[in-house]
Design a protein around this ligand. Structure first.
Ligand SMILES: Cc1cc2nc3c(=O)[nH]c(=O)nc-3n(C[C@H](O)[C@H](O)[C@H](O)COP(=O)(O)OP(=O)(O)OC[C@H]3O[C@@H](n4cnc5c(N)ncnc54)[C@H](O)[C@@H]3O)c2cc1C
Length: 438
């Protein structure tokens, strides 16, 4: 079905599926679709390799997705392994190894997005996806009769995002929005964000540091700010230090919008004051910063829905799929890409439009079954820690209890064994199943 043909308005390229955005969600979707024998166009407005604001941390859940997708991660190619999470707070340091489970590898990784997104996009191309970089999608092409999306319009741009040529049109009976948090494509199809879902803000930078090869991810639970009355308040979120292995550490913080302080806090200032409190020999200071502090939003708990309607299917940040417990988004972008590709492949095997549409309509339910109950729990958690007193008590009384922290690590990183497992796995699964799917 692929090909380039003439259209009244200029060149038109066609495919079975168009995927807009080649972040981890889009590239995973495109790779799986190509593996299933579909003709896929993967449209990306930037050109790889390129920077992407991120903590660069991959938990075992994300590593599992890389393994399933078939992306090799050998240490000699710069994939830095970590063996657990070190939690710092309430005057304590607690090192918790990743749980040893049948369903997840016992290690995480760190890889900058500069490389990571490039590797995933190339992986999709290797499997047959047609990647078009410097292709900025500007809007949908709609079917006059049904109002469904049947393609997209795009501008070819240079590395600074400036248009370099005429508008191009791409056509396909199905379009996947994998264009990240702002998802302009979803907006243009009347799918705005839901305000009743938690949202995070995160900022990060890199410093050269002797701690660059730390083999634990590190998270600091006490981030302080001052309220209008000048009192110190504990913010709902955490700071991270992730060793990148190339001489630098990725240091940043993420904060939830569930506290009164949200929107009034200068996050860069909180970051600066936090790193100033660290030992000098770690060399996290202005003279070792290798780039500016950059930030972006974390769309959580399915904050954009429905995940499929009128020919447009959402994966990753476009569908608000960041985990409200820990701010992790890469694993979920890749997981939703995998689940979406499975539904799409089944849909394209059906005869006729009605049969195909019925299968595509099942995708929102598939996502709810996979993550809906867990994200409902996450929303409750986000609301709870928005109260500085709850956050303070959690740090004070939770951290000294190692067994409880081990359990919380499983909850917050979503690392429960889905079948069997120990009592903690069964409890997490039961709670996720009991909670209404968000
Ligand atoms: C500071 C910070 C730290 C974070 N740390 C972590 C972490 O350590 N671990 C983790 O798992 N998650 C982390 N996250 C979350 C993670 O970055 C996202 O959840 C993840 O990138 C989502 O992947 P995605 O593919 O859905 O979207 P994105 O990665 O945002 O990719 C979207 C792609 O679409 C492209 N695009 C956008 N608009 C268009 C258009 N109009 N036309 C064509 N292309 C377009 C973009 O250029 C981009 O390549 C962090 C986020 C922030 C802000």
């Amino acid at each position: 079905m692929n090909g380039t043909g003439g259209d009244a308005g200029g060149a038109v390229e066609t495919a079975d599926v168009i995927v807009v955005g080649a972040g981890p969600g889009g590239s995973a979707t495109a790779a799986y679709l190509a593996m299933a024998g579909l003709d896929v166009l993967l449209l990306e407005k930037t050109a790889f390799p390129r920077e992407k604001v991120c903590g660069d941390g991959l938990t075992p859940r994300a590593v599992r997705e890389l393994i399933t997708l078939g992306v090799p991660t050998p240490e000699e190619d710069g994939w830095i392994k970590n063996h657990g999470l070190r939690i710092i707070g309430g005057g304590m340091r607690l090192s918790l190894p990743w749980p040893d489970l049948a369903s997840f590898p016992p290690y995480g990784l760190v890889r900058t997005r500069q490389d990571f997104d490039d590797i995933l996009a190339r992986h999709a191309v290797k499997h047959g996806a047609r990647l078009r970089e410097r292709t900025n999608v500007t809007g949908p092409v709609l079917d006059d009769r049904t109002g469904a999306i049947v393609g997209v319009k795009a501008k070819l741009v240079d590395d600074d995002g400036r248009a370099t040529g005429a508008e191009v049109t791409f056509r396909a009976p199905l379009v996947v929005a994998a264009d990240g948090n702002s998802s302009r494509l979803s907006l243009s199809m009347d799918r705005p964000k839901r305000d009743d879902r938690p949202m995070g803000v995160a900022v990060r930078t890199y410093y050269t540091s002797p701690r660059h090869d730390d083999d634990y991810l590190e998270s600091w639970l006490e981030l302080w700010s001052t309220n209008d009355a000048g009192e110190k308040i504990l913010l709902p979120g955490y700071g991270w230090i992730f060793g990148v292995g190339d001489g630098t550490s990725n240091v940043g913080l993420g904060i939830l919008n569930t506290s009164k302080a949200f929107g009034k806090v200068d996050y860069k200032d909180v970051l600066q004051r936090w790193v100033q409190s660290m030992p000098e020999e770690w060399t996290y200071n202005e003279s070792t910063m290798t780039g500016p502090v950059r930030g972006a939003a974390l769309p959580m708990g399915f904050n954009r829905q429905p995940h499929y309607d009128r020919g447009l299917l959402l994966v990753g940040d476009a569908g608000g799929m960041v985990n409200p417990f820990n701010g992790e988004g890469i694993a979920y972008a890749m997981e939703s890409g995998r689940l979406a590709a499975d539904v799409i492949a089944q849909a394209f095997a059906r005869q006729g439009d009605a049969g195909r549409e019925r299968v595509l309509q099942s995708y929102p339910r598939v996502m709810k079954d996979a993550l809906g109950g867990y994200y409902t729990l996450g929303r409750g958690f986000a609301r709870m820690i928005g109260n500085p007193e709850v956050m303070r008590l959690a740090v004070k009384y939770g951290l000294p209890r190692t067994t409880m922290m081990r359990f919380l690590l499983k909850v917050m990183a979503n690392l429960a064994e889905p079948h069997g497992g120990d009592a903690s796995d069964r409890l997490i699964n039961a709670l996720s199943k009991m909670a209404p799917a968000a």
